[in-house]
Structures are given as structure tokens and as C-alpha cells.
Design a protein around this ligand. Structure first.
Ligand SMILES: [Zn+2]
Ligand SMILES: [Zn+2]
Length: 227
């Protein structure tokens, strides 16, 4: 019997977790169709922010709301050098995406993880978004490329900034590499992969760079969305 990665008990597990644990997770089941912001289940399709100032990406999907125990698990994945935990979370994201009608109808042709700045890469030893993208690529059989876009400036202090300051800081933070300008077919729908969507500013800035490079459509997939 496999061990559930959440309760560590030997129980029959789907995507690495037992059915008891799966039920208790904060799945993001009712959300804004464009930015994945968790919404009350009252038939509203879009959040106020997306109605007034829609982001450049056409759609975002996350498996979870950024709540306990998912927030704790993502922190352990990112800060405790535990890439295996990231793979387990990716399996649950893959499972949730497989149930999403939009993915079945119009799947992306390419996955691109949000690039890490060299400094965080050196400190952590891996880029969390890349761990997720590589796992998803295997689960969904969609190619992944991490050499097409780079981050221009360090964003280590992002956590301490306000939403407005983040937006300004992130303007033009990403740039296509020589490969990025050449190898992505223009008709492609590209999925940007991240661990958590907070304000959506990172995803939007990266989307801007990809759209400027001629990519037709950009969507965002992440493990969790903050409320
Ligand atoms: Zn369990
Ligand atoms: Zn929204």
C-alpha cells in the first residue's frame, strides 16, 4: 500500500494522497474565470478587478486556495529544499486540471515556468516553478521549456512591497532570450507555471513579454491562489 504524502499513513492513494486527506484540502472550486481569485459560489464569473482592469492573460487556474495546509506545504516546498513535496503538489494540480473543461477543449502547446533570479536559484538549488512545470509536463504530456524567458532584476524584496509597488517593480522584469524569440511558434497558446498567484502581477508582466514576442495567447497555472 502506498503512503499518503499528507498524513503519512499507508492508505490507498490517488495522485499520492489518500481520499480522507483529499476531501479536507482547500480546493479552489469557485473562482474568477480570468484570474482564479476564489469567489463565493453565487454564479459570479469574474471578480471586480478583472471586470474593471482585466489582466493580459486570458485565464488562470489553480488547484487550491492558499490556505492551511496548502500554504504550509508550499512554504516547505520552497524554503526547506524539498522538491519532492513540489512534485506531490504538482500531481494534485495535474489532477485538478484534468477535470477542467477549458483544458480539455483548448490545451496549451507549451509550458513555461516563471524564471527564478540567479540569486534565489543559488540559495535554493532549484526553481520551484520549474519543478512544477516539469512534473506537469510529464503528467499532461505537454512540452516544457525554461530557456525562453529570463528575469532581468532580482525580486527578493517583493514580499515587502505593496501591490502597486510590485506592479511598478515588475514592469519589464522579463525578457525573451534569443531562443524565446525564435522557437515559440506564434500561434501557440502558452501556459505560464508558478507556485502561487498572489496579485497576478508577475504573471501579467511575463504575459506582456510573451504577447509582445507575438505569442497568441497566454494562460496561467499555479498550485494555489491567495484569497
Ligand atoms: Zn492522507
Ligand atoms: Zn479576476
Amino acid at each position: 500500500m502506498p503512503k499518503c504524502f499528507l498524513c503519512q499513513l499507508k492508505r490507498s492513494a490517488i495522485s499520492g494522497a489518500c481520499s480522507q486527506c483529499l476531501i479536507d484540502l482547500p480546493w479552489n472550486t469557485s473562482f474568477c474565470q480570468q484570474c482564479a481569485l476564489p469567489l463565493a459560489a453565487n454564479g459570479v464569473e469574474f471578480c471586480g478587478q478583472c471586470l474593471s482592469y482585466p489582466p493580459l492573460f486570458s485565464m488562470a487556474r489553480t488547484a487550491f486556495c492558499y490556505q492551511f495546509p496548502i500554504n504550509r506545504l508550499i512554504m516547505n516546498f520552497k524554503d526547506k529544499k524539498n522538491p519532492a513535496l513540489g512534485k506531490s503538489l504538482s500531481r494534485l494540480l495535474g489532477r485538478s486540471l484534468c477535470h477542467d473543461l477549458s483544458l480539455q477543449r483548448t490545451p496549451p502547446e507549451l509550458l513555461i515556468p516563471v524564471p527564478s533570479h540567479q540569486r534565489s536559484l543559488d540559495a535554493r538549488g532549484y526553481n520551484p516553478a520549474q519543478v512544477i512545470a516539469t512534473s506537469l509536463s510529464k503528467i499532461l504530456s505537454i512540452p516544457v521549456r525554461h530557456d525562453l524567458i529570463i528575469k532581468r532584476q532580482p525580486s527578493a524584496q517583493q514580499k515587502e512591497l505593496t501591490a502597486d509597488e510590485r506592479r511598478v517593480n515588475l514592469e519589464n522584469a522579463f525578457v525573451l532570450t534569443a531562443n524565446g524569440s525564435q522557437v515559440i511558434p506564434k500561434h501557440y497558446r502558452v501556459a505560464i507555471i508558478d507556485d502561487v498567484i498572489t496579485t497576478g502581477a508577475t504573471a501579467n508582466s511575463m504575459t506582456k513579454t510573451l504577447l509582445k514576442g507575438g505569442i497568441q495567447e497566454v494562460i496561467i497555472w499555479a498550485i494555489a491562489r491567495t484569497p
